[in-house]
Design a binder for this molecule. Structure first.
Ligand code: RNT
Ligand code: ZN
Length: 423
């Protein structure tokens, strides 16, 4: 063993003692952390471009800024980049695909004619790497979405196209889940909304509910596919009205027994996504989280270990919601190395979860229930300086992943290997 390893072991033993003095079982916490899979969003690797090669603008109010070189151009490049990211993220995780990442062998396949076969490359690769897959129908970057309306479009022919797309995507999700032995979450997000004052706010919502009911009409085995619906506050071009708002989907998810997807960027900036978890899980079996970071607006910045992410992690642990929550990332940044963005976001989220798992929650809850609010506040503050960083380093080491900033070396080497991609 190297000196570094010895120092690390000593530091870890000391940290375990510190936590034991608070009644916290560090090994138990690490075991629980190891059982949490994060769904990495494929779209961080190529700025939400996908492989349809239609030259269609992304649209849907989504915007990716930056011109960092090295963007993945092909499924193989994207898979190599995900593999590189996963080498630097401790634990076993998942990949979240959009329908626009189908592999159609250079042939144009309409979105309402996609098949599981178009994702066989992804499925085989996921199996080889022991990854689960999650899925999303793609309701943007398409001529029939160019007006900003899809499932709630007033034209029944356009609605039909998008309903068929959604229905087909659930079956693709089920094929992924069946092949990989882990349920695929297929998440529906649509951009539909209005830039300016909407007079008829009711019609589009009635159309959306009816369209969703058609999409979900075919019963699928929940061991293969689980459906989620994602609401939003506003987007570029839908500032005044969003058909699929939070309230719309909360009601929909409760009445149709779907997963509700809470994207951390999809609320008023002063709202707390963390506080919504126990509220919605009072009425739902499961939720999907899109962990993201809005800066002033729904800007989809790379996730960092910030207060709101920590608050979400605390809620999942304190409320004992981990088993009822699927955790995914959702951000896109083209101004920094795209693989590093996945690594920063995933490691930040895992660290937040670790801090939450290392909390003496039972003790804090009993102070609270005894009404000792002074001790609750004092202890919440003291706990913040416990040596979670030392435990994190140990966790990385036992998972064969660089503990500190050394992981950047590996990103640099990958950058050199992929230099020929250019911008
Ligand atoms: C958009 C939603 C949605 C997308 C992805 C690409 O506001 O957050 O989840 O980011 O589907
Ligand atoms: Zn999202």
């Amino acid at each position: 063993m190297t000196n570094l390893g010895l120092d690390g072991d000593r530091a870890y033993a000391w940290a375990v003692e510190q936590y034991a003095s608070w009644g916290v079982d560090v090994e138990g916490a690490l075991e629980r952390l190891g059982s949490i899979s994060i769904s990495l969003h494929c779209w961080q690797g190529d700025d939400v471009t996908g492989f349809e090669n239609t030259g269609e603008a992304i649209g849907g109010g989504l915007a990716v800024t930056g011109a960092y070189p090295g963007k993945a151009r092909t499924p193989d490049e994207l898979r190599a980049d995900v593999e590189q990211a996963l080498r630097l993220i401790p634990g076993s995780h998942r990949l979240n695909l959009h329908a626009s990442y189908a592999e159609t062998g250079g042939r144009a396949v309409a979105r309402d004619a996609l098949e599981p076969a178009h994702f066989q490359g992804w499925i085989d690769w996921a199996r080889a790497h022991r990854l689960g897959l999650d899925f999303n129908p793609t309701y943007f970057a398409h001529p029939l979405a160019a007006e900003g309306w899809t499932l709630a479009h007033p034209d029944p022919a356009i609605r039909r196209f998008w309903i068929d797309h959604g229905a087909i995507c659930r079956q693709i999700g089920a094929a992924m889940g069946k092949a990989l032995g882990t349920p695929c979450v297929t998440n529906v997000w649509i951009p539909d909304g209005s830039k300016d004052t909407r007079v008829d706010r009711r019609g589009p919502r009635e159309r959306l509910a009816a369209a969703l009911d058609e999409i979900f009409a075919l019963p699928l085995d929940p061991r293969h596919n689980k459906d989620a619906v994602e609401g939003k506050l506003f987007g570029i071009g839908s500032e005044s009205y969003v058909v699929g708002s939070h309230e719309f989907y909360l009601g929909y998810a409760i009445t149709r027994k779907k997963l509700l997807c809470l994207d951390m960027g999809h609320y008023h900036p002063t709202e707390s996504p963390a506080d919504k978890i126990s509220a919605v899980l009072s009425h739902l079996d499961e939720i999907l989280l899109h962990v993201s970071r809005g800066v002033r607006w729904d800007s989809d910045h790379v996730v960092i270990l910030a207060d709101e992410v920590q608050a979400v992690a605390h809620e999942l642990v304190r409320g004992d919601y981990l088993a009822r929550t699927r955790v995914g990332l959702d951000f896109f940044d083209a101004s920094i190395n795209r693989v590093a963005a996945w690594v920063v976001g995933s490691r930040a989220l895992l660290r937040a979860l670790l801090v939450a798992l290392l909390e003496p929650t039972a003790m804090l809850k009993s102070l609270e229930s005894e009404g000792d609010l002074t001790a609750r506040l004092a202890c919440l503050e003291e706990v913040k300086s416990l040596p979670a960083g030392v435990v994190w380093d140990h966790y990385c080491r036992v998972h064969g992943v660089p503990a500190g900033r050394e992981w950047l070396e590996s990103i640099r080497a990958h950058e050199r290997q992929t230099a020929s991609r250019g911008r």
